[in-house]
Design a protein around this ligand. Structure first.
Ligand SMILES: [Zn+2]
Ligand SMILES: [Zn+2]
Length: 447
């Protein structure tokens, strides 16, 4: 595991959560590769296992069981499958694990087979099965760069993305799953990771070429956040994760210089209205890459069309159902949605939901994060909270639907993946890209 608040001097090993307790998985099929040689450790006791063997893992009555051919082993605490040979991963190298969850809790949640490099650790945690992939950090980052982006991406983008992923991981700020001895999980909750399943030559060389390189600010590794599209203006850290700001995560235009004709700050309602209704020329705007071409570069899981400027309409009924899913609100009608605070990219960070309850009384519910605003307002999770809200078809003062006109995809803090793609296509280098998105930081090789 990573040590919090320290800069490693050699390549560390990290623990990635692949199966979490809430996945409620009780059965798995594992395929060992022909090489390298793996060992089984049943509660610490080493057992030899054949190369290429198919293993069946069962979790029953709080015990772990593993079937290896005719042999059947049982463990009370832990089964570890490990190898001493840490070879550089290739596409679909490592252990094949059937049916793990991707898109946990999102509308696109599904089961996929993954190939995981290095070691696997199965444990019982609070009466549920968990799976940890223990692997070298560089193996991890090479898998993450492609899990997030397609293989057609230019090298500078892959390297910039890899440096951001490595820095974010080593800054190790969130530690959402530390009680399970996981540094990070495999999904959008932390960082999407699907092992070597979709590994490409570009991402292997992206990691090898930038090995050990991180972004440093004031002697600390940068908490290098990133999202799909900032919408033309980056957001500050504190508007999305309140509590503090990071100097290298600022609200600056995603462009070479200041944008002409754009009135700022975008947290001013009038300025933001103009912003959403125009298409400024930025690194992430369709001026550089037409949005129909983005499929070549972006992961295929959630490609749905327009990201820079978009519009969706949600019915009163859908909104009611969605809000009921996530809150204890007993609303019979949503009468008004009122944004009360915006960040400097225009992202809504506070929203008042005006509604009438079962007794017909008018009440207000406060939503106080961009994440929850995106979650509550649309079943499919709004692309971003940088939105203008238009109530439509009013009957007895109740809108029958709401249209959201928005900018960008994701929280917009730090590296904008579509913008970084635009920069790399325009010929900017890896360091140009990371210094643009993390101003004031320094690129440094720590091991
Ligand atoms: Zn997580
Ligand atoms: Zn951008």
């Amino acid at each position: 595991m990573l040590k919090p608040n320290s800069i490693p001097v050699s390549e560390p090993e990290i623990n990635v959560g692949i199966i979490l307790p809430e996945d409620n998985i009780t059965k798995l099929v594992l395929g060992l590769p022909q090489a390298p040689q793996y060992n089984l450790q049943i509660d610490g006791k080493i057992v030899e296992v054949q190369q290429g063997q198919v293993l069946e893992l069962l979790f029953e009555k709080n015990k772990l069981q593993i079937k290896a051919g005719k042999n059947n082993f049982q463990a009370a605490h832990e089964i570890k499958i490990s190898t001493q040979e840490h070879v550089v991963p290739q596409k679909q190298s490592g252990i094949k694990v059937s049916s793990v969850i991707a898109g946990r809790g999102f509308h696109w949640q599904k089961y996929i087979d993954v190939f995981l490099p290095d070691n696997l650790i199965f444990r019982v945690f609070e009466d549920r099965l968990i799976l940890i992939n223990q692997l070298l950090l560089e193996h991890y980052v090479m898998c993450v760069a492609t899990s997030e982006m397609g293989a057609a991406c230019p090298a500078a983008l892959i390297e910039a993305q890899t440096i951001a992923a490595r820095s974010f991981l080593l800054a190790n700020v969130e530690q959402k799953h530390r009680s399970m001895e996981m540094d990070i999980c495999n999904d959008d909750c932390c960082q999407r990771y699907q092992g070597t399943t979709f590994l490409t030559k570009q991402s292997i060389s992206g990691a090898l070429n930038s090995s050990g390189q991180v972004l440093i600010y004031k002697n600390k590794i940068c908490d290098a956040r990133y999202s799909k599209s900032c919408g033309g203006m980056m957001e500050t850290f504190g508007h999305v994760w309140p509590g503090h700001e990071e100097d290298y995560l600022q609200a600056i235009p995603d462009a070479k210089s200041n944008l002409t004709g754009v009135q700022t700050p975008l947290n001013k309602e009038e300025n933001f209205q103009n912003w959403v209704n125009t298409i400024p020329e930025t690194f992430c705007s369709p001026h550089i890459i037409p949005e129909t071409d983005l499929k070549k570069y972006l992961g295929s899981v959630d490609e749905e069309g327009a990201y820079f400027r978009w519009e969706i309409t949600v019915s009163q009924q859908e909104l009611l159902e969605n809000i009921a899913n996530f809150t204890t609100l007993e609303a019979t009608a949503i009468t008004k949605l009122n944004i009360t605070k915006r960040g400097l990219s225009g992202r809504a960070t506070k929203l008042d939901i005006h509604y009438s309850d079962k007794k017909g009384q008018l009440k207000i519910y406060h939503v106080d994060s961009e994440y929850n605003i995106r979650r509550y307002l649309a079943k499919q999770f709004l692309y971003s909270s940088a939105i203008i809200i238009r109530p439509e078809n009013l009957i007895d003062k109740v809108p029958q639907k709401f249209t959201f006109a928005g900018a960008g995809w994701g929280h917009g803090v730090g590296l904008c993946q579509i913008g970084a793609l635009g920069m790399s296509i325009k010929g900017y280098t890896t360091s140009d890209i990371v210094y643009h998105y993390y101003p004031g930081s320094t690129l440094s090789k720590i091991y």
